[in-house]
Design a protein around this ligand. Structure first.
Ligand code: HEM
Length: 478
């Protein structure tokens, strides 16, 4: 009952280096030399849950073993959804570039995102997506990013200073500091200021709470608006956020500030297209979600690696110190090559967005198999980032692998994809990287930090990965 074609050797598939997508609107018989979908190897796992539990417990190991057993193209099941799992950079490229507009992001993601993040940028397809992305780009230009950075720096300064305050007479450097929840709090305050242009006051706290309720509802198991459930709270919270954004649009349009919300209200593409009120509201709510956990987790992992590799922490500290500035400025963001390599390696070892769900909307030939329209497919960076075909010692933290001329950096354009690729490649990546650099810049100037010997961050993977223990770290004021 459970078996599909479990154990079929990967050699059955087309050679790994040459899978191809051939579009045809007709059915399987119209393709030349394709094998039926049913012959794709894989295993559905447990009823309903499928392979969710082992996949969530140890995703990298699970995927390494899975790949050895079933190869680059396989079928699995997760939370009741049958998925065609596509592993490796070449398949990543084919799915994400999607030259024939045969693969829908909206249909692949709506199960996970609707109704809380409806019509966010990643949920739009093809021409509609291109139009919206073109308008939104104006809020992510270099000059705008510089203004966001200027808004972030004082909030980072204030929070990281407060981390030093004593509690019960014990200085911070003598007690364990849980980095993840503290940083999350700071990131939410930054979102209030930089995204919404709102003051850090009691109303700002209500907005933060509403945002957290929306995120919690989006991953709730009970998916009906029954009073008392997380889902119900999420619906109410989304209504509150909508009311807030709608009511502030006229003022933001009339008198725009440097915050992202203002910039979306006045965003315009080269043809003069702008967003409607409804589009602004939907984009804002999605943007906050897209930015928050991803940036929080990346910063946490960077701080973690620097705590474990004190030589790298010192190198980063020295290059930050050499800038001779308390706050990182837009002119200097690119002047931190060691930090750059550490961030890249942190993103490889733990991609905050682990996989990219999509759905085929045309019949396809993928790697020699007939894949009908309507198939849920998934690209998975957790596996690609650890493939020893592309990475030497993939489980090791080795930032120098990205040093100029480092061969691994160029192994395959789709071997490193923490920000995705193709039309939906993260539009906020520079924003996120500005924030991460600004935080680490300030931290290295204020503190030295370490973890206890042998510490390894335990991860939980409820959707996106996060530290199961809050990441205890010891800071020492410089
Ligand atoms: C280190 C931090 C970040 C990581 C690792 C990350 C990762 C990603 C990934 C993998 C995607 C592609 C999703 C897909 O194709 O299904 C994506 C898309 C997106 N991200 Fe990020 N992201 C980060 C930070 C941010 C920030 C700070 C913002 C906003 C300020 C943001 C806004 C978006 C948006 C709007 C999209 C959709 C783009 C589109 O569909 O055209 N992200 N991100």
């Amino acid at each position: 009952m459970l078996a599909w074609t479990g154990g079929a050797p990967m050699l059955q598939t087309a050679p790994l280096s040459t899978p191809h997508v051939e579009v045809d609107s007709n059915r399987a018989r119209e393709f030349t030399n394709v094998r039926p979908f049913e012959e794709i190897p894989g295993h559905p796992g447990w009823p309903v849950l499928g392979n969710t539990i082992p996949m969530m417990a140890t995703p990298v190991t699970f995927l390494e073993n899975w790949y050895k057993k079933y190869g680059p193209i396989s079928r699995t099941r997760s939370v009741g959804v049958d998925i065609l799992l596509l592993l490796g950079p070449e398949l990543n490229r084919l799915i994400l570039l999607d030259p024939h507009e045969a693969i829908s992001s909206r249909q692949g993601l709506s199960f996970y995102m609707d109704p809380f993040f409806k019509d966010g940028l990643v949920l739009l397809d093809f021409d509609e997506h291109k139009l919206h992305r073109g308008i939104m780009m104006s809020a992510f230009r270099k000059e705008r990013l510089a203004e966001y950075l200027n808004l972030m720096n004082p909030v980072i300064d204030d929070h990281t200073d407060r981390w030093m305050q004593t509690r019960g007479g014990r200085p911070l450097d003598r007690r364990t500091f849980y980095f993840f929840p503290n940083f999350k709090h700071m990131a939410l305050q930054i979102a209030t200021r930089v995204f919404m242009g709102h003051e850090l006051d009691a109303n700002g706290d209500k907005l933060i709470k509403a945002f957290q309720d929306v995120v919690a509802a989006s991953v709730a198991v009970v998916r009906k608006p029954i009073p008392g459930t997380a889902y119900y709270r999420g619906i109410k919270a989304r209504e509150m956020l909508e009311d807030y954004f709608y009511s502030h649009i006229p003022e933001k349009r009339a008198n725009p500030g440097h915050d992202l919300f203002s910039q979306l209200c006045i965003a315009e593409d080269d043809d003069g297209n702008t967003f409607t009120d409804e589009q602004i509201v939907n984009h804002m709510i999605f943007l906050m979600m897209a930015a928050h956990d991803t940036t929080t987790m990346t910063t946490t992992r960077v701080v973690y690696h620097l705590a474990k590799h004190l030589d790298w922490q010192e190198k980063v500290r020295q290059e930050c110190r050499a800038l001779e500035t308390d706050f990182l400025t837009p002119d200097h963001v690119m002047d931190l090559p060691n930090l750059e390599m550490v961030i890249k390696e942190a993103l490889r070892l733990c991609a905050p967005v682990p996989g990219l769900p999509r759905k085929t909307i045309k019949d396809l030939n993928i790697g020699g198999y007939f894949v009908p329209a309507g198939t849920q497919v998934q690209v998975d960076m957790r596996h690609t980032h650890y493939m020893d075909e592309y990475w030497d010692d993939p489980h090791e933290f080795r930032p120098e692998r990205y040093a100029e001329g480092g061969i691994e950096n160029k192994a395959h354009r789709y071997a490193w994809l923490p920000f995705g690729g193709g039309a939906h490649k993260c539009i906020g990546r520079h924003f996120g990287l500005y924030l991460i650099r600004a935080v680490v810049h300030q931290l290295t100037q204020k503190y030295r930090w370490h973890v206890r010997p042998g510490y390894k961050m335990p991860l939980k993977n409820p959707g996106l990965p996060m530290p199961a223990d809050g990441f205890p770290v010891t800071f020492e004021r410089l």
